[in-house]
Design a binder for this molecule. Structure first.
Ligand code: F6P
Length: 343
């Protein structure tokens, strides 16, 4: 078979490992041929493809980014979008199947194309770990480990200056990165979109820690909204694709802590550092297994499905299972973490 791979949406450590896993399994087990679509769905609708021979994926598991490039193009938009046009592209390039590697938006587009009868399958991807139907997505472990390392560093400088340190991490809709990195770094407060904590409570946790002679460490997810505020607080206009542009919640939390406690406080926004560079060992293995498994799924012609991790097994699920709603941090995980806050 000839298989076309694409990476779409925000990039994520482990994308190249998926590509390598797919190509190696396809070439060795099935004698498949591979091409890559450049820059996500843009490459599909415009027929912009590159050959992906085995030699091209050598050593890729340890690299960050995506060799295919990515974009947030919607496969239904523009003069060349839509299932009929995409079918013509597939025929022209003799491509038998598309593998869409992406998050919620990408998989929603993939589902619509599969529903229209196109041979499309998926691999879930997001550092935010907010997709249903899979216990983990690759990239999450890397983001948590980068954020943990950053917070360990913030802690030592915080201790030297007797300051409160705030770290803003990614997490537009959910607080998984904040929760896990906060727990791992021993943060004294974790602020996530799922929990509308008032700033007065945050100030109390910070003061308790400061009163014990320690430097408080607070981690805040970019999508956190304190109790008593609406979403406007941390939106800064609109992205090209219509999403609200986030930014500034770390600064806001920092100013409020300083105002309410009188403790000198500094903010660090980690931003895209969390998405860059080499994947961790866990993410390399997960991404490689996903890449290998999706090729097996193609040979079983299970269109409209994606691979997922359940426990330690890679399984196959319908797109719709992943797209129901976002996987939020459940109440019991928050309650568990909260025991560690403040004093
Ligand atoms: O979806 C993953 C994510 O990391 C979000 O947490 C974040 O809001 C978004 O990507 C930012 O992506 P970009 O700057 O590429 O639009």
């Amino acid at each position: 078979m000839k298989i076309g791979l694409l990476t779409s949406g925000g990039d994520c450590p482990g994308l190249n490992a998926v590509i390598r896993g797919a190509v190696l399994n396809g070439v060795k087990t099935y004698d498949d041929e591979f091409v890559g679509f450049r820059d996500g769905w843009r490459g599909v609708v415009e027929g912009d493809v590159m050959d992906l021979p085995r030699t091209k994926v050598r050593g890729l598991a340890r690299t960050g980014g995506t060799i295919l490039g990515t974009s947030r193009t919607n496969p239904f938009d523009g003069p060349h979008g839509g299932p009929e046009n995409i079918s013509i592209v597939l025929e022209r390039h003799h491509i038998d199947a598309i593998v869409a590697i992406g998050g919620e938006g990408t998989l929603a587009g993939a589902k619509r194309l599969a529903d229209a009868g196109l041979p499309v399958v998926g691999v879930p991807k997001t550092i935010d770990n907010d997709l249903q139907a899979t216990d983990y997505t690759f990239g999450f472990d890397t983001a948590v480990s980068i954020a943990t390392d950053a917070m360990d560093r913030l802690r030592t400088t915080g201790e030297s200056h007797h300051r409160c340190m705030v770290a803003e991490v990614m997490g537009r809709h959910v607080g998984w990165i904040a929760l896990h990195s906060g727990m791992s770094a021993g943060a004294h407060a974790v602020l996530i979109p799922e929990q509308r904590v008032p700033m007065s409570q945050v100030a109390e946790w910070v003061k308790e820690v400061h009163d014990r002679g320690r430097a408080p460490l607070v981690v805040v997810a970019e999508g956190f909204i304190p109790e008593g505020f609406d979403e406007v607080l941390h939106e800064k206009g609109t992205e090209k694709d219509g999403r609200p542009r986030l930014g500034g919640i770390g600064e806001y939390v920092t100013e409020e802590i300083e105002r309410l406690t009188g403790i000198e406080t500094r903010n660090t926004t980690l931003g895209h550092i969390q998405r860059g560079g080499a994947p961790t060992g866990f993410d390399r293995v997960l991404a490689t297994r996903f890449g290998m498994a999706v090729v097996d799924m193609i040979h079983d012609k299970e269109w409209g499905r994606m691979v997922a991790l359940k426990g330690t097994d890679v399984v196959r699920v319908d797109f719709s299972e992943a797209l129901n709603n976002l996987k939020q941090v459940p109440q019991h995980r928050w309650d568990e973490a909260k025991v560690l806050f403040g004093r």
